[in-house]
Design a protein. Structure first.
Lengths: 112, 113
């Protein structure tokens, strides 16, 4: 769901470690989920998506996990690099609807 | 390929002045268009979305309005800006039947002083 009134939670990891960013969604009817990456002063960029008929999807160094039972979504980044430092947003909607709702975002900081 | 243009990149306006931010999309037809606002260090708030020319849905009561005079043009306006209108404004587009994946513009940083 949308939590625009909250300050961003943060996650700090060491370069080379794996990162896990979590997101809880509220609408049990949501059937499509996306992770976005937003670097400072830029618009969000698409990372990876998953439909509700899947529970896992892998991309290049990223994996998204979906647990519909507890309405939880996670993004795993393998071998985190300094260039991964950004704010990460999860988003949900139903494929038939006209708008997408974003989570509050998590700020990932990668320490060299 | 599809591209989205949003301008200006930064804008400083006095309280009470009007506002017009423009967004255009190229390389696609009949896109869904969106305006989001992002306060510093916070999440994305959906302001308006449009599924066609002249069709605008507003998500929250506010000092802003939106218009879609052409298929691939989306404009965010205000007659009199308030201090609370400051923020990072993002335009985005999507296409029906493709999972509503949003593609964002580069944003406009608006400071109302």
């Amino acid at each position: 769901g949308e939590s625009v009134g909250l300050h961003l939670p943060t996650l700090s990891v060491q370069e080379g470690d794996n990162s896990i960013i979590n997101c809880a969604y509220s609408n049990s009817a949501s059937d499509y989920f996306i992770w976005y990456k937003q670097e400072s002063g830029k618009g969000p960029q698409f990372i990876i998506d998953i439909r509700s008929n899947m529970d896992k999807r892998q991309g290049q160094r990223v994996t998204v996990l979906l647990n519909k039972t507890v309405k939880h979504l996670s993004l795993q980044i393998a071998a985190t690099q300094p260039g991964d430092s950004a704010v990460y947003f999860c988003a949900e909607n139903t494929i038939s609807s006209g708008d997408m709702r974003f989570g509050a975002g998590t700020r990932l900081t990668v320490k060299p | 390929s599809q591209t989205i243009h949003q301008w200006p990149a930064t804008l400083v306006q006095p309280v009470g002045s009007p506002l017009s931010l423009e967004c255009t999309v190229e390389g696609t037809s009949n896109p869904n268009l969106y305006w989001y606002r992002q306060a510093a260090g916070r999440g994305l708030q959906l302001l308006f979305y449009s599924v066609g020319i002249g069709q605008i849905s507003s998500e929250v009561p506010q000092n802003l309005s939106a218009s879609r005079p052409q298929d691939r043009q989306f404009i965010l306006s205000s007659k009199k800006l308030l201090l609370s209108d400051s923020g990072f404004y993002l335009c985005a587009w999507s296409v029906w039947g493709q999972g509503e994946k949003l593609f964002f513009g580069s944003g406009t940083q608006l400071s109302v002083l």
